[in-house]
Design a protein around this ligand. Structure first.
Ligand SMILES: [Fe+2]
Ligand SMILES: [Fe+2]
Length: 482
């Protein structure tokens, strides 16, 4: 951008926050924007920056405005700043300030806490773009490639959403945090992203679908909890982000579903009765269900770590302060203060995993995690329906919450996927049956060959039932010039 002052920001950045009327905010965004574009070009989808992609852009928050489909080059995507409409006379719904008018400005006493949760949420958004940047090269179809890029540009927009809050409400330190969000890198030794799962590699498309199913769903839970916030601008920001997040989980759920469908179909055609016969299944060039199960075990357990320690004073403080509520707090019917309430928490006591009543306020991470597990369960049930319909008596299951954990009560405990405590040696002996092993990685990697003919799909994944924006099967979702 040669001259930032010449830019019509209302034209460039779809927004409903009065960007052109707010000189200070405009200036902050003008300063940050070139760095963002540099980051996108360096760390965004590799090799496809110049291609035209059939993307959905949010230009407004009403049903007509938030899903405009057209071909765009990704660096020219209009990353907007959009808040869900204000709720008239909105009140703080929980904690010590319950019933007071929602804050339109940052409450001074909670400034540091609030900034921290915005930064943590913000850091996950560019991280996943970085993790997924190599995947375009091996997309199983133009449809899938487009979905990947859609997720990527929306994560970019989610970063914008958090940067808006930092720049608008947190002055100089907000601007510094916004710069730092562009400085950290997923997987970097010196300057990694803030949360563990966002520093893991996403080496293949199976990982991508699992990530969008499991890890984007953590995003959904966090956004739901922040959408309850007494800090109204955060609530409105998160409410709008949730509309986009739904698409990310759709990509994950249907991606895995299409893999299962294809595998079952290929097994049937080949007369394979035992889905556990991975060697025969792999000879067909499709992904065996036990390998899918192991991949699920990995992504589920990594994502559980994102909920933090089961017992947490930080979570209690955020709730008391009215900054972060529970999942769908406004639909719950208790006192929303939780001073005397308890909540069952799983703990490891004398080598046994037991449920113990803990003060509900300290157990809020555990509660959000439970809501998350229930939400995952729905999708897994739908996956199993496909296997059942194909006539196989194999079921995918979520592993026990104590399995493969690195944060909280079960850190580093040798627990199997059923929740049985093992000794270290038997855990090590069984590791490769519970988590993706070297053979799985090599096999899945061998399948990652790009398919870019219109309407064609890689052998290991079924075609989707309907196109994006109701486009026909042979639609050119990404223009690949040769
Ligand atoms: Fe996001
Ligand atoms: Fe997402």
């Amino acid at each position: 951008m040669p001259d930032g002052m010449m830019v019509d920001y209302d034209g460039l950045i779809p927004n409903n926050v009065g960007l052109n009327q707010d000189a200070r905010l405009r200036k902050a965004i003008e300063t940050w924007h070139p760095g963002y574009i540099d980051w996108w070009k360096q760390m965004g989808p590799e090799g496809f920056q110049e291609n035209l992609v059939y993307l959905r852009t949010a230009v407004g928050v009403d049903p007509k405005g938030w899903a405009k489909f057209d071909y765009v080059r990704m660096p020219e995507y209009k990353w907007g700043i959009l808040l869900a409409p204000a709720v008239e006379d909105r009140r703080i719904g929980f904690g010590a300030h319950k019933g007071e008018p929602a804050w339109q400005d940052v409450p001074g006493e909670y400034r540091a806490m609030l900034r921290r949760i915005i930064v943590i949420q913000g850091d996950t958004e560019p991280a996943s773009v970085e993790q997924q940047r190599h995947l375009g090269a091996t997309a199983p179809s133009l449809y899938d490639m487009r979905n990947l890029f859609q997720v990527n540009v929306e994560e970019g927009r989610h970063l914008w959403a958090m940067v808006y809050l930092l720049q608008k409400y947190f002055g100089r330190d907000g601007r510094e945090e916004a710069e730092d969000l562009l400085r950290r890198r997923s997987g970097s030794q010196d300057s990694p992203r803030m949360l563990g799962a966002f520093n893991e590699a996403t080496p293949d498309w199976l990982s991508f679908y699992m990530f969008t199913f499991f890890t984007d769903r953590d995003g959904k839970m966090q956004l739901e909890a922040l959408a309850q916030s007494g800090f109204d601008p955060l609530s409105r920001t998160c409410r709008f982000m949730l509309t986009e997040e739904a698409h990310h989980m759709f990509v994950g759920e249907t991606g895995v579903a299409r893999i299962i469908e294809r595998t079952c179909q290929a097994m049937r055609a080949a007369g394979i009765e035992d889905p556990g016969d991975s060697e025969r299944v792999r000879a067909l060039g499709v992904i065996d269900l036990p390998a899918l199960q192991r991949k699920m075990n990995l992504h589920f357990s990594l994502t559980l770590d994102l909920f933090g320690a089961e017992i947490s004073t930080n979570a209690a403080n955020l709730f008391n302060a009215g900054l972060k509520g529970r999942y769908r707090e406004d639909k719950l019917t208790d006192d929303h203060v939780l001073r005397d309430a308890t909540y069952p928490v799983l703990r490891c006591i004398d080598g046994a995993i037991v449920s113990e009543a803990a003060p509900a306020l300290s157990a809020l991470n555990m509660r959000l995690r439970d809501d998350y597990v229930a939400d995952c369960q729905g999708g897994v049930g739908r996956w199993n329906k496909i296997i059942e319909k194909a006539g196989y008596d194999f079921r995918l299951t979520l592993p026990h919450v104590a399995f493969n954990r690195h944060i909280g009560e079960f850190t580093a405990l040798p627990v199997d996927t059923e929740g049985r405590l093992l000794d270290a040696a038997s855990w090590a002996a069984r590791r490769d049956t519970m988590l993706p092993n070297a053979d799985d990685a090599a096999y899945v990697a061998s399948l990652m060959r790009p398919v870019s003919a219109r309407g064609a799909y890689a052998n290991w994944i079924a075609s989707p039932k309907v196109g994006i924006d109701n486009k026909p099967g042979d639609f050119e979702y990404v223009r690949i010039e040769d």
